[in-house]
Design a protein around this ligand. Structure first.
Ligand SMILES: NC(=O)c1ccc[n+]([C@@H]2O[C@H](COP(=O)([O-])OP(=O)(O)OC[C@H]3O[C@@H](n4cnc5c(N)ncnc54)[C@H](OP(=O)(O)O)[C@@H]3O)[C@@H](O)[C@H]2O)c1
Length: 298
């Protein structure tokens, strides 16, 4: 008989957390924690939660993800993105168990022109990226490689939550109704990744006992401009919006934000896809699947 794996999930109410709960495979006993059950800004509480639940894995999908606001709240971002995973790692070091930490393409500076390999050195250019990179470092310090998996991903979106896809659908509807154009940055290249595939990758990593640093994204490459156009087209095709707005490509310099973002953040996922035995889905195909799950009233 296969052993039940006990998982302590954080961030259950986030977009990835919800997909993880929805797509839980058989053989998993889940303790799902949201902000109300566990404050990730409370390091001691994070440590104690592991001692209380004694999970086989902590799946840390909770995070401070407001990239621009992190520039003015660095202490809070650091506590949630670095001190909390450190506490999980330290507690797991005491009682046994593994940590799956979801991390980000924003740990890289974006100055190269070919996909980042998992073992390349990190060099974040934003507070958010720096706090996620620090979380990775502290986990690696507190736990042996055999006991942690750092799974980096990029441009996450899904049928629920705060994400670029749902924002663009709202803007397409608004701007097209007002006969206005939609300006979207075209000089940042990455890959959209659906919460559905990412959740499956997390569960697969746990089932395979995958450890070390890994990259998982949907397949292909896009600019935010490409993604915005595809979202408009898919939204119209699915009947979520009546028409799409005309999208105008702009530069990052024309759309200044508090946080700098990498100009290029494709992640090399080759080794991870093979370790997790997952066939990559092109982001455009995945976009149609995500859009088909969005309620028509959105
Ligand atoms: N979104 C992206 O584009 C992206 C890209 C690459 C990597 N990632 C990584 O993917 C993972 C999942 O992100 P996501 O997109 O699912 O983000 P999300 O939707 O913002 O979910 C994050 C969750 O963490 C919770 N949280 C934040 N601060 C907390 C605190 N102090 N105590 C307890 N819970 C707290 C949030 O709760 P509230 O809703 O109450 O704030 C939210 O439920 C994160 O590790 C993120 O860094 C995301």
């Amino acid at each position: 008989m296969t052993k039940t794996i006990k998982i302590m999930l954080t961030g259950k109410d986030g977009q990835l957390g919800k997909a993880l709960v929805e797509r839980i495979p058989p053989g998993i006993k889940l303790v799902a924690l949201g902000r109300q059950e566990l404050d990730l800004n409370d390091k001691q509480a994070c440590f104690n939660a592991v001692l209380e639940h004694r999970p086989d894995w902590v799946l840390n999908a909770g995070a401070y993800t407001v990239v621009d606001r992190a520039e003015s709240e660095p202490e809070l971002a650091l506590a949630v993105n670095a001190a909390a995973p450190e506490a999980f790692a330290q507690a797991l070091g005491e009682v046994g168990g593994r940590l799956l930490q979801v991390s980000t393409d924003f740990v890289f500076n974006g100055s190269q022109a070919h996909p980042y390999h998992p073992n390349q050195p990190v060099d974040p250019i934003s507070i958010y990226g720096a706090t996620k990179a620090e979380g990775e470092r502290l986990i690696q310090k507190a736990l042996p490689t055999t006991n942690h998996c750092i799974l980096r991903t990029s441009w996450v979106y899904g049928p629920v939550g705060n994400n670029f896809c749902l924002t663009m659908l709202r803007l397409h509807r608004l701007k097209s109704a007002q006969n206005e154009t939609l300006n979207v940055v075209a000089d940042q290249i990455g890959c959209p990744t659906s919460t559905l595939n990412l959740a499956d990758a997390c569960w697969s990593a746990i089932n395979h006992g995958t450890t070390g640093i890994h990259h998982f994204c949907d397949a292909g490459a896009a600019s935010w401009y490409d993604f915005a156009i595809a979202i408009g087209n898919a939204g119209v095709a699915a009947g979520i919006i009546d028409q799409s707005a005309k999208v105008i490509p702009i530069t990052s310099a024309e759309y200044p934000t508090p946080a700098k973002r990498p100009g290029y953040s494709l992640l090399d996922c080759t080794a991870t896809r093979s370790a997790l035995e997952l066939e990559p889905n092109h982001w455009q195909k995945e976009l149609s699947i995500v859009i088909s799950k969005i309620p028509k009233s959105t």
